[in-house]
Design a protein around this ligand. Sequence first.
Ligand SMILES: C[S@@+](CC[C@H](N)C(=O)[O-])C[C@H]1O[C@@H](n2cnc3c(N)ncnc32)[C@H](O)[C@@H]1O
Ligand code: SF4
Ligand code: SF4
Length: 480
Amino acid sequence: MTACEPAATAYRQSEHHRFRVADADFLYLVPSGAVFRLDGLSKEIFDAFPLGPLDRGELVSWFTERRYAPDEIEAILEEMTYYDVLTSGDGRPKFPSIPAGDFPLQRVVLNLTNQCNLSCGYCYEYSPDKIAITKDKPKYMTDPVAQAAIDTLFRESAGRPKLHVTFFGGESLLNFPLMQSTVAYTDAKAASEGKAVDYSLTTNATLLTEEIADFLAEHRFGVTVSIDGDKELHDRMRVFHNGRGSYDVIAPKIKMLLARHKTNSIGARVTLSSGVRHVRRIYDHLTQEFDFAGVGFSPATASPDRLYHIGGETMDDILGEFADLAYEYRDHALKGRHHRFTNVTDTLKELHSGVSKAYTCGAGLGMLGVGTSGDIGACHRFVDAPVAQMGNVVKGGIDHEARREFLEQHHIGARPDCHTCWVRPVCAGGCYHESFINHGNTSASLLKQCDRVRGWIDLCLHIYAEIGMGNPKFLERFND
Ligand SMILES: C[S@@+](CC[C@H](N)C(=O)[O-])C[C@H]1O[C@@H](n2cnc3c(N)ncnc32)[C@H](O)[C@@H]1O
Ligand code: SF4
Ligand code: SF4
């Protein structure tokens, strides 16, 4: 090559996960989080790279000799580089950049109280895995603290037009008057600042009344009801302080709520534990007996020596039942029908949006948790915890330096264990709270679960591609 000749562009395959659905080849592209279908010439070109980089000119002449027109080759190459199927980069893993410590806020989660009228066996608020230190904290949040939290949300939200307030606890309906006054305060502020706010609530449902249901409907609350299945299963863990199960109390109240509140969706959230692992049975009960809009399952976070901890074999059984429901979801989707297993909906949404996450979730990023004293934690699970603290909404607002440090420490680029994992655009290392409970360190990746995480995403990729081929219109619902 002489000094005036341009350097040849060398291409290589981008980092990817390859999978096959009904004789078609697909790539899940790690740098962009996109799904790309390989066929015809694109497949041949991609497969010409088994050993490393190839020069563009060499590629074109190689395929020209094999009956393809140069224009066609150039067009496909353009497409493949545009979608990051081929890259002219150095092949090293790429990560999204670290956001600034004043990254605009979108959501606050208010723990209106740290008290609860139930005593669920697995609850991270009260079990031996509890990390919050509440002995010197007020039991109930007050108006000045809640209003300071809302002021913080608005002040720190920069140009975001739509904000979100979640009420949490403890059992936040123990402090329903504060919920009412906070919504009134927030609505007035939103009107004067020209922003929209929506509300959500997670509740154990024991304290629901018609008045509360009407309030939730009037303010279009998205409601998540915690319920672990039929009476027998639910009452194993979700009990009052005297050990009595809560199912018989909540069942009629949930039906009342579903009948009166039609302005937003009401979903069920199931916490699985070693004795409550019957995914199909629970799903059928919650969709047939209650008509919830969606049912989502989450394994209880627990250190391995807790009796309710889910061991490896049980987790595999649970994932087997997840797969069964996921294929049912696919069959529904192919016929254009809604299915209520929200674990699949949530994953398909992420795959469809082509996310490449820098963080496992919004904790400390667009979302913060606020405790009864106004102390700010990275999320609701870290309210009043000894770690992941970021200031106080009454005393000085967000501690931007602490937040910046948190964001640096938990960024995907700071997790070497994840750097070669193809599933990192959606996983990004796993829940900080689960890491803390299991490893005493919020930024330790949850490596024991990795094969299961990869298996689940691979399954959802297959389903995504099948729906994309059989009923692409169904996926339009994820365009938002
Ligand atoms: C802490 S509660 C607070 C709101 C309300 N009291 C309720 O039960 O819905 C929020 C959710 O966290 C779940 N949860 C409690 N402990 C958990 C744990 N160790 N692992 C996973 N989820 C847990 C509950 O089942 C509930 O769905
Ligand atoms: S109702 Fe909610 S906060 Fe109360 S013990 Fe159960 S899971 Fe924990
Ligand atoms: S925690 Fe495991 S599955 Fe998740 S990105 Fe890291 S290595 Fe991959």
